[in-house]
Design a protein around this ligand. Structure first.
Ligand SMILES: Cc1cc2nc3c(=O)[nH]c(=O)nc-3n(C[C@H](O)[C@H](O)[C@H](O)COP(=O)(O)O)c2cc1C
Length: 206
């Protein structure tokens, strides 16, 4: 099994979303000790935004585009996705949605005539479906009765991943990290319980 982890926090290994994603990776590895983990770190801003050449390629099937620049970067990221059996995305919520680093990655991998096709019925995903786990950290709550802000992160990720063929998407979150150590501990415990329930259920059914 090949696990691809995409790490989107600027806070690197000490980030809360990375910590939560590690809990997921550990559970996957406990099930499949021989699995490999491919790390794609983008939270440090190392992934360039798409360039003019890439925009041209998206624009038209007949456009003269170079195989270099943004297309080459897109090819690498899409191949990483294609080789994976499970995808783990570790991401903070930034301004109610995905951080710009994750949006840059999405712009590279959601590519016309490559990971989705435009048909008369709409856009159809081209990737083989596989499980996607999303580990989210947020300063405030965005789900449940105590949510005090809208959530554009989970609905957006669900739809955009579906567009390229990834339908099996599960969200786990540590919400309220801005509330101090006790709030963080409580949020971690809630996330842990949700993970426990999910993995216990999939072991039983699988
Ligand atoms: C630019 C920026 C925007 C943020 N916007 C939100 C927000 O809209 N809602 C929220 O709950 N927290 C927001 N936060 C707080 C982070 O989501 C929170 O600190 C989270 O725990 C960071 O996760 P990480 O440790 O994985 O980076 C924002 C943080 C930054 C840096």
């Amino acid at each position: 099994m090949n696990i691809l982890r995409i790490s989107c926090s600027p806070r690197g290994p000490s980030s809360e979303s990375q910590r939560l994603s590690q809990k997921i990776v550990d559970r996957l590895l406990a099930r499949e000790p021989a699995a490999s983990v491919v790390e794609r770190v983008i939270g440090d801003g190392s992934l360039a935004h798409v360039d003019a050449n890439y925009a041209l390629a998206q624009h038209s099937a007949t456009a003269e585009v170079s195989a270099l620049g943004g297309i080459a970067q897109s090819d690498v990221l899409i191949r990483e996705l294609e080789r994976s059996d499970v995808i783990v995305i570790a991401t903070p919520m930034h301004n109610l949605g995905v951080p710009s680093m994750l949006k840059a990655w999405i712009d590279h991998v959601v590519r016309a005539r490559r990971t989705f096709h435009v048909t008369a019925e709409g856009k159809v995903g081209a990737l083989r479906d596989r499980p996607v786990f999303v580990a989210i950290a947020s300063g405030g709550r965005f789900s449940g009765e105590q949510a005090r802000q809208p959530d554009f992160l989970t609905p957006y990720l669900k739809v955009i991943l579906e567009m390229i063929g990834l339908h099996d998407v599960r969200f786990f979150s540590v919400e309220g990290t801005g509330g101090g150590p006790e709030a963080v501990e409580a949020a971690r415990a809630r996330a842990e319980a949700a993970l426990e329930a999910h993995f216990a259920q999939t072991v039983q059914s699988g």
